[in-house]
Design a binder for this molecule. Structure first.
Ligand SMILES: O=C(O)CCC(=O)C(=O)O
Length: 275
């Protein structure tokens, strides 16, 4: 079965040795450099998927075309001071790394990714979002079960995610979990801007996700996981002593309608694909 058919059937693809260890290391090094230059005073923004609406401050809502920094919920002590170094306190960096930083741009538009996008028939797709997900040892938080199309809603549904393991990811340090074929379902919710400010999780289907059949996607550094926008997936907290950095880009069909209510707003005419 070719990649396109397997993706259609399974809702995800696991591609080992997609990036070299050197490419992974260069991206992690760049992430650390960006964090070192970041002066967070005044607008610390916490990222939590379990209480998404609380994180919807202006900093978050304006991060679509910027390089912004989001903290773990347990990063601060009672007096508001960071418990660890700034880098070790971050949950993720996003959401336009792929367009604004040369190192992330190169990784996001690598020859192997261009080839994969062709194989999957994504000629009209554009990269709308990127995130360096840090999932640091001991502090990296849970990412609640979700469908990526809830956060990058298009009509018709089109979101496809590419998740790159920059380090080994396993059940110890909080790998991804998903169910083969789990994308054969409808979209549960739409995370969107509310009239008058803030955001809401608008429910389209209240039936809870079935967690039966979810399996850990344990992968080695350098693996690329392609995720269908309707595939429910999640990751557990990293309680281990090993970090689990990953880089994710999310893509949409440029021909689909991208509503103004979507939380992430970009100048759509500026969006670029894999070239
Ligand atoms: O890296 C993780 O733990 C979760 C990432 C994820 O769910 C996503 O990129 O959609």
């Amino acid at each position: 079965m070719d990649k396109k058919d397997l993706f259609k059937q399974q809702g995800y693809l696991i591609l080992e040795n997609f990036n070299s260890p050197e490419q992974c290391d260069a991206l992690m090094k760049r992430g650390m450099e960006l964090a070192e230059k970041y002066d967070y005073k005044g607008h610390a923004s916490v990222f939590q998927t379990t209480e998404q609406t609380k994180t919807s401050d202006d900093y978050f809502l304006e991060s679509g075309d910027k390089i912004s920094f989001f903290f773990e919920k347990d990063a601060f002590d009672n007096s508001g001071q960071l418990k660890n170094s700034l880098f070790k306190s971050l949950n993720k960096i996003g959401h336009a790394l792929h367009d604004l930083d040369p190192v992330f741009n190169e990784f996001s538009r690598s020859p192997q990714l261009k080839k994969l996008a062709k194989e999957l028939g994504l000629d009209e797709y554009v990269i709308i979002q990127s995130m360096l997900i840090l999932k640091h040892a001991k502090i990296g938080g849970i990412v609640d079960v979700h469908q990526d199309s809830s956060f990058l809603y298009t009509e018709p549904e089109s979101c496809i995610g590419f998740w790159f393991a920059l380090e080994d990811a396993n059940t110890e340090n909080g790998c991804l979990w998903a169910k083969p074929g789990g994308h054969s379902t409808s979209l549960r919710s739409w995370f969107r801007r509310k009239h008058g400010g803030g955001t809401e999780m608008h429910m389209m289907n209240d039936v809870p996700y079935s967690m039966e059949g979810m399996i850990p996607l344990e992968v080695k550094k350098g693996t690329c996981i392609v995720l269908h926008g309707l595939l429910p997936h999640y990751s557990l907290p990293n309680t281990s002593g090993k970090s689990r950095q990953a880089y994710a880009i999310h893509t949409i069909d440029s021909k689909a309608d991208y509503p103004k209510q979507n939380w992430l707003q970009r100048n759509l005419s500026e969006l670029k694909g894999f070239n």
